[in-house]
Design a protein. Structure first.
Length: 278
């Protein structure tokens, strides 16, 4: 029987006040409320994509959560994105990527020591294509991030093939399934499992995905029917894994928390405390 961890991609959002959290809650109290009162048993930390965190900050966060609560940490963009982004005037070289990877690993050690680290998410951009060089890049990251539970999210549909899934299996790296708009280049939703970890991210289905600010890209509220479609895939993944992570990334206006709570109900998982606002 798989262990199921459900949560949202982040927890500290000003527009969640009065919607998900009490109106007057302080930022420092949000994680505790998220864990204790909303009853979520996991969170995906996305702020680590923008900067490598201080180890003591992650340790302090972990201490605010209950014993069964765990974290998924998104890898720093200097590891997964900047090396491939031709739009940047100055891109890091391979040595700088390796140095960032080492610093990132050192930063999340407190979570691992406290048995609070569930996964490390390597989310690659849409301009990261399959190739022998890409394979080598992934293998090098795995060598540096050794002993960490790695999950890879591809954004380009070119990675949607048995050949690439087998590569992940061979290297014991989990595949991240995604629910996102059905648009050219983006990955389709599927129930592929490549390690003992099942990992599902729900981004919303805004069709203007490529032509809108990031703040609006994830402004999406799933309908019950859409959640049922995702549920069928999630249950298939759960049957094939030891631990399953399900995160909602449509964080605008508290939609992620509401949809995650509803999804937990569909899976017959008790999450919500009576003190929750919705």
């Amino acid at each position: 029987m798989t262990t199921v961890k459900i949560g949202t991609s982040g927890f500290s959002f000003p527009d969640w006040k009065g919607v998900v959290y009490p109106e007057g809650i302080s930022t420092g109290k949000m994680l505790e409320y998220y864990s204790e009162y909303l009853g979520f048993n996991a969170v995906e930390i996305n702020s680590t994509y923008y900067h490598i965190p201080a180890p003591e900050n992650l340790e302090a966060m972990a201490k605010k959560t209950r014993p069964d609560f765990i974290f998924s940490v998104k890898a720093y963009k200097g590891i997964t994105h900047d090396f491939f982004d031709n739009r940047l005037e100055t891109k890091p070289d391979v040595k700088q990527v390796e140095e960032s990877s080492i610093k990132f690993k050192e930063a999340i050690i407190p979570l691992k020591k406290m048995n609070k680290l569930g996964a490390v998410l390597l989310q690659f951009p849409v301009f990261f294509y399959p190739s022998s060089d890409s394979y080598d890049f992934i293998i090098r990251l795995k060598e540096i991030l050794v002993d960490l539970p790695l999950v890879i999210e591809f954004r380009n549909i070119a990675w949607a093939s048995t050949k690439h899934y087998d590569f992940l299996k061979k290297n014991n790296i989990a595949f991240c399934a995604v629910d996102e708009p059905k648009l050219h280049r983006l990955m389709p939703l599927n129930d592929v499992i490549t390690s003992n970890i099942a990992y599902l991210r729900c981004h919303g289905r805004n069709k203007n995905w490529f032509n809108t600010p990031v703040s609006e890209r994830y402004n999406y509220n799933y309908s019950d029917q859409e959640l049922k479609e995702i549920e069928r895939v999630a249950r298939s993944m759960m049957e094939k894994s030891e631990i399953s992570f399900i995160f909602f990334n449509n964080c605008h206006a508290g939609y992620a928390a509401k949809n995650a709570m509803k999804f937990a109900e569909m899976l017959d998982i008790q999450m919500k405390n009576d003190s929750a606002l919705f």
